[in-house]
Design a binder for this molecule. Sequence first.
Ligand code: RP5
Length: 153
Amino acid sequence: MPLVAVIMGSKSDSEAVKPALEILEQYGISYEVHVISAHRTPEKARQYSRSARDNGIEVIIAAAGGAAHLPGVLASWTTLPVIGVPLAGNDMKGIDALYSIVQMPAGIPVACMAIGTAGTKNAAHLAAEILALKYDNIRKACEEFRASQGDAK
Ligand code: RP5
């Protein structure tokens, strides 16, 4: 059963989220991927987020560009941890998405990653570290990854 949900706001975000999927695979973490838009398919966003925990999901990664309300909207319907990734898809180069994701009102937290590939990759690393609180095999994989960077523990 997938532990991580990787949600993107549009099919056009597919290339941008690939690095996160590759890292989840390197950790051996099962995931599912969906295209859900906070604006174009709001009812789907609500239904998905409300049922995610019952479906076995433990962490949600939500990537979107522009007026990137997707992570916040998903977070509003669940107490699962939501990691937001601002994507750079237009003339504002992701600054718009960053501001949309990072300025959440108190009580509805979203972890906001950096714009660009570092942010996309760190979303997967952070998801792994959250899961590592519970799963020893994932903790081991996280520690091995850090050691491989020459920055163990
Ligand atoms: C956001 O708007 C999506 O996450 C995407 O980054 C951006 C543009 O979407 P499309 O118009 O390409 O579908 O909702």
